[in-house]
Design a protein around this ligand. Sequence first.
Ligand code: FE2
Ligand code: FE2
Length: 194
Amino acid sequence: MYQCRPLVIASLRLYSTKAAHIKQTRDRIIRVDHAGELGADRIYAGQMAVLGKTSVGPVIQHMWDQEKEHKAKFEELVPKYRVRPTVLLPIWNVAGFALGAGTALLGREAAMACTVAVESVITDHYNSQLRELINLGEEENKELIEVIKKFRDDEMDHHDTGLANDAEQAPAYTVLSNVIKTGCKAAVWLSERI
Ligand SMILES: [Fe+2]
Ligand SMILES: [Fe+2]
């Protein structure tokens, strides 16, 4: 009977290490996605402030409405999973709006180029989170996997909407797109950590 004890202790340790790893991964994922969806909401708010009354207004409004749903979902998941939000939220709040309004001021095509760049980074980001969560345990992470899959599909639609609305006609499209993508990746990196 006593010979079993080390084995029991070892299995308990293994179990608690796995549980801690799952908790850490979920925390990181929810923290960064919450920040990202807040940023996305602000980007579309900035675009609407400039282009809301033009022909692309309804197109942007539709994407914005979906971002509001995404943001609301993560605002629900943060307390539910007891996650500490990133301290950078106030920065993403301002930076998101500035990015949306700033590109919109360059024109409708630049606003769409911004959408394509942001959404392509976010789609890749969601896909890699899905792979990670599935590897970690599909059953234990069912809720998060379903939420992220749905949002990934919405972001893919936003990306395609941007392309269909002449994103590639934006002035200096490649440069603009690369600058925005690099900024988004940096924001993701930071929001996962602080
Ligand atoms: Fe979103
Ligand atoms: Fe989106």
